[in-house]
Design a protein. Structure first.
Length: 209
């Protein structure tokens, strides 16, 4: 499956495909798996609806979302939040209008309450910083350098922000922790909460010379 990978900003016509990529990649992601069983079709449908809405609102708000394109199809996606990023009034209004469609996810979200403290960012993170909210690679493209290409581009964007101290992320997967360490992320905190392990990591920007 050799192909040149292009990294590009998310386009509106890629939202559905990227939602599907996220859905498949997150089926076994630790935090998602804790509160949601994506092998159940109804739960997949509900989660897809919420994930698509989030992509749509983030795209409309200008949030940095990068897509890896291989063979003219979306193979991976990474969502970033720059310092100070907030949804404007129109995006908030759109979210409120869609709340009824998100209510079926509420029971699952309540199941995640016991580990809420595990996923809360550390209070002493260097400010201002970027946040790596999510990264997903389609299963058929995993192992082909897609995740590396997305991470490298995300880090480059963060490094170009002279006001930023670095980038923060959290993961519930030990293999992912080791991968992030290869890209310069350091473990700030490891928490054990109700059987769930969370790794809070930070990558400091390279000082300007």
């Amino acid at each position: 499956m050799k192909s040149k990978t292009r990294i590009m900003p998310l386009a509106a016509d890629q939202i559905d495909t990227c939602t599907d990529v996220l859905l498949e990649a997150f089926r076994n992601e630790a935090f998602t798996r804790y509160w949601l069983d994506l092998s159940v079709q109804l739960q997949r449908i509900r989660y897809r609806r919420a994930a698509r809405l989030k992509f749509l609102l983030q795209h409309k708000a200008g949030m940095p979302i990068l897509v890896a394109v291989c063979n003219n199809q979306a193979a991976g996606v990474i969502c970033l939040r720059p310092p100070g990023f907030k949804f404007g009034p129109s995006r908030i209004a759109e979210l409120i209008l869609n709340i009824p469609s998100l209510l079926p996810l509420l029971p699952g979200m309540l199941r995640a309450r016991p580990i809420a403290s595990a996923v809360k960012p550390p209070g002493d993170l260097p400010a201002p910083h970027w946040v790596l909210e999510a990264i997903a690679v389609a299963p058929q493209w995993q192992g082909h350098g897609i995740g590396r290409a997305l991470l490298e581009q995300a880090i480059s964007l963060c490094e170009q922000d002279s006001s930023a101290t670095g980038m923060y992320l959290f993961t519930g997967d030990e293999p992912n922790r080791r991968i992030y360490e290869r890209f310069g992320f350091e473990l700030l905190e490891q928490r054990e909460t109700n059987g769930f392990t969370s790794y809070h990591m930070f990558r400091q920007n390279t000082p300007a010379h």
